[in-house]
Design a protein around this ligand. Structure first.
Ligand code: 2P0
Length: 343
């Protein structure tokens, strides 16, 4: 992959490196760790595939304890050695190829190969955004290996270049990814929203953890190309980001929950109206939605969001955990609760 725009993007970011020779290692091993994140207002659609720039911004919450740990080192060779969850990947593997292409931007010479050992504490490609924590952890590991000491914003830029949602996984807690306007991609990065909200709870409802039928990258490309409904998505997304950001600052749970659920369903509406159609839902996903709506009818304030997969992520306050658990027991769905701001 050779692209002068991408090269200039990486070069400009690395000009901020504390190491004057940013592609020379300062230690034998680099280490990185990053959480998965769940978008409360979604990223769907690219305006520039080369620099991986989004059409719209997004807002997320990171889930501590679920994510990726990565070790990286260099050796003389022609092929990277990549291990995922303890298994060495064959060179032709899709995941390995994408990772090696990204690492290509950080090779000192054509005989610099990387050894990458990466472990996920979430099922890979099950809609729990392992590429987000994966590329964020990798960028942290590169920063450590090369002694760049880049700021979080700069690391977010590099993570975004690897995978869009990774721009948000360089932070714990709430984050906002600004879509940016410039052609050089240097203003499209995420920032932390500095709010601590101990009662804020995410519930993971697992419907299926098999690999998804169509990846996000191709899915968004097809949506942008063929879905007429998509025309209205960017305006809605920007409005939702603003409202969710304000709701986080005000700890206005109702506005946050309503806006997040509506945003997720609107994104899925564009997917469904794509050709060929992209339907990540399974019958159990819809059954789980009905449980959420019934709970709300009964006065329990719980909302859901969904990504490029069949699993639901519930949004609630900790006081409603038991009521939610009981309702989902009736359809035999266990729930894993995570309170991002409670150790
Ligand atoms: C999100 N998703 O905001 C949305 C919601 C999926 C649905 O970000 O092509 O894996 O690597 O930039 O980041 C998934 O997209 O896509 C995603 P690439 P990515 O969380």
């Amino acid at each position: 992959m050779s692209s002068s725009r991408a090269q200039s993007f990486i070069h400009t970011v690395l000009q901020n490196s504390a190491n004057p020779a940013p592609l020379s290692i300062v230690k034998p091993n680099g280490h990185g760790q990053a959480p998965v994140n769940i978008a409360l207002s979604k990223y769907w659609g690219k305006r520039d595939a080369e620099l991986n720039l989004p059409i719209n911004g997004s807002v997320s919450i990171s889930l501590p304890g679920l994510g990726t740990t990565t070790q990286i080192s260099v050796f003389e060779g022609n092929e990277d050695w990549i291990s995922l969850n303890g298994k060495t990947l064959p060179a032709g593997d899709k995941f390995a190829k994408r990772l090696s292409a990204f690492l290509g931007w950080f090779r000192k010479s054509s005989t610099t190969a990387f050894k990458v050992d990466t472990t996920n504490s979430v099922p890979t490609a099950a809609g729990l955004a392992s590429s987000a924590s994966g590329y964020a952890a990798l960028v942290f590991a590169l920063d450590d290996l090369f002694g760049w000491q880049l700021s979080k914003s700069q690391l977010s830029l590099l993570a975004r270049f690897g995978s869009g949602s990774a721009s948000r996984s360089v932070y714990d807690g709430f984050a906002i990814w600004h879509k940016g306007d410039s052609d050089n991609g240097l203003d499209s990065f995420a920032e932390e929203i500095n709010v601590t909200w101990p009662e804020f709870t995410i519930g993971l409802v697992k419907v299926d953890t098999q690999e998804k039928s169509i990846g996000s990258t191709l899915g968004m490309q097809q949506t942008v190309e063929t879905c007429d409904l998509y025309q209205s998505w960017p305006q809605q997304a920007e409005r939702d980001i603003h409202n969710i950001h304000q709701a986080i600052l005000n700890k206005d749970f109702t506005t946050l929950g309503k806006t997040a659920e509506h945003n997720a369903l609107s994104m899925h509406a564009t997917m469904i109206a794509t050709w060929p159609p992209i339907v990540y839902w399974q019958p159990e996903s819809v059954a789980a939605m009905h449980v959420v709506w019934q709970l709300r009818e009964n006065g329990v304030e719980v909302y859901f969001t969904m990504d490029a997969g069949p699993n639901l992520k519930l949004i609630l306050l900790d006081t409603d955990k038991q009521a939610v658990l009981n309702a989902f027991k009736e359809i035999n769905r266990p729930i894993e609760f995570i309170q991002p701001f409670k150790g």
